[in-house]
Design a protein around this ligand. Sequence first.
Ligand code: 2AM
Ligand code: CA
Ligand code: CA
Ligand code: CA
Length: 280
Amino acid sequence: NIPYVVTGKSYTAVAINCAAKAGEWIKTRLGQFTSLNIKSSAADLVTEVDKGAEIMIRKLIMTHFPHHEILGEESVDPGREASAQALQEAKEAEYLWIVDPIDGTTNFVHGLPFFSVSIALAHKGEVIVGVIYDPMRDELFVAEKGKGAYVHGKRMRAAKDPALSDSLVATGFPTEHDEALPNNLATIAALAPQVRNIRTIGSAALSMAYVADGRLTGFYEWNLNAWDMAAGSLLITESGGRVTDIDGNPYHLGVRDVAASNGAIHESLLNVLRDAVPQR
Ligand code: 2AM
Ligand code: CA
Ligand code: CA
Ligand code: CA
């Protein structure tokens, strides 16, 4: 009895079915996983549920579209520059599926009910379908290029908040404690006095879905990978929001440092972020 499973084998239908099936299974494994492994550091976690969900999604995609390429987080060696690979694969592949089986693994491991399945399809490097599914709240966010973005079948619109002072902005902390990465504490210190408040949800994909639906005004995070953002980027642009790198260039699969917003606050947000982040 899986919600949202749709018939047909359009790209969007397959993306929805993958996310819904994987999400339902992930939910049953909350607090039940048996194997917790660390990847690059003690903060970088993976369970057999992440891996199992990715395999489930891969199988379903391959059944319908055997000639498409698939980039999934758990099939990339830890620490590898994932977006460089994503870009390369996107250039070579006509159709590339970009899969994050559990976005928010740390929350999943701790039993905090904020995580999501994120699935995007890129055609020649451009995201054309984006699906994010939150199994705990049974919320399905779907976008198709040029056709809008929907949650519960209802059209989403980014927040109307006109200024930073009206804005609720989310961010996230990288799992690597790497001196070379920009220090988000400095950015938060600069941003906090200017916005209504700051949140950290622990799932970049879910945070982006919330920007698309106007629950959050904006979101930024450093050093993310294509699978964290690809689906969310389309949700937001199809909801009238804006997604860029820190220099204001439109989102593409190689972006690592992302700023996303309702559009209205975007330039003000970028100005604060740029001032607070040293040149990389
Ligand atoms: P994950 O749960 O799929 O690993 C939390 O701030 C966000 O950062 C999550 O979306 C998380 O995705 C992602 N993330 C995980 N490991 C990361 C890393 N090493 N660097 C940057 N972001 C990471
Ligand atoms: Ca991970
Ligand atoms: Ca992720
Ligand atoms: Ca993940």
